[in-house]
Design a protein around this ligand. Structure first.
Ligand SMILES: [Zn+2]
Length: 74
């Protein structure tokens, strides 16, 4: 693989990540979304089935819950 190929591949990965994140934000109103609204990764079907209208992956959900607790301090 030469340097140009490598650079192009990296650019494509960046673009794909950006698109995934955009898509996740774009479909935020849809009950059928299957990507995390925070990081854009795909949420496993098992998780989506277990938690109705789940919007975040496990990692982001835990982080958000920690933050929520933090901010709820009296
Ligand atoms: Zn996430």
């Amino acid at each position: 693989m030469d340097v140009v190929d490598q650079a192009q591949r990296l650019a494509e990965q960046d673009l794909e990540r950006a698109l995934n994140k955009n898509k996740a934000n774009f479909v935020g109103q849809d009950v059928d979304f299957n990507h995390c609204l925070e990081c854009g990764i795909e949420i496993p079907k098992a998780r989506r089935d277990a938690i109705h209208s789940c919007k975040h992956c496990v990692d982001c959900q835990e982080r958000l819950e920690r933050q929520a607790k933090h901010y709820r301090k009296p």
